[in-house]
Ligand binder design. Structure first.
Ligand SMILES: [Zn+2]
Length: 201
């Protein structure tokens, strides 16, 4: 990878041999390897020993989980907060494992919509809850840095299943509890697909 980074620097009009850039290929390789380490993570290992059988049917919420990801269209960061809720049927996930789950899917080349649905789908698969809701709020540097569609550089995506999809009251309770920064909860129902960076330019 370091050779490619050196070529990229030259292609950008830089001199890869100048002092400030000598270590850059090594650093970029290290950074990119970390930022895409989610590909190597095994979900079952991440959740290992942290699925518990319980007699509890109230909403479990973990909100304001910070995440950092790379948009697959521009390889630029998008980052923000992820909020997750579910209603257990028979099992819960250890609370500390939920941010790890977000890391696994955000440390890949992503689009915000897929990140949102992968987190929700994994929780469904692993503990079959009565309902699961995931809301992701993110700023996309590919939009804000390039000055395109500035007003949309902050995007909200959501995935609602089971009780959160079927029961407006449950959904509203969740949305009220996470109190989105920029989007009124009602907007989530009518949010168009492809709201986040869709890479047309
Ligand atoms: Zn992008």
């Amino acid at each position: 990878m370091q050779d490619l980074i050196r070529k990229l620097l030259a292609e950008l009009g830089e001199d890869p041999e100048r002092e400030g850039l000598l270590q850059t290929p090594k650093r970029v390789e290290k950074a990119l390897t970390f930022l895409t380490s989610g590909y190597d993570a095994n979900i079952d290992e991440v959740l290992n020993d942290a699925l518990f059988t319980v007699d509890y049917n109230e909403m479990v919420i973990v909100k304001d989980i910070d995440f950092y990801s790379l948009c697959e269209h521009h390889l630029l960061p998008f980052f923000g907060k992820c909020h997750i809720a579910y209603i257990p049927a028979t099992k819960v996930i250890g609370l500390s494992k939920i941010p790890r789950l977000v890391d696994v899917f955000s440390r890949r080349l992503q689009i915000q919509e897929r990140l949102t649905s992968q987190i929700a789908d994994t929780i469904r698969e692993k503990i079959a809850p009565l309902g699961v809701a995931v809301v992701v709020e993110a700023t996309h540097l590919c939009m804000s840095m390039r000055g395109v569609e500035k007003q949309n550089s902050f995007a909200v995506t959501s995935a609602m299943h089971g009780a959160f999809r079927n029961n407006a009251r449950t959904r509203m309770e969740f949305l009220e509890l996470i109190k989105l920064r920029s989007a009124a909860p009602a907007q989530l129902d009518s949010m168009p697909a492809g709201f986040a960076c869709i890479g047309q330019d």
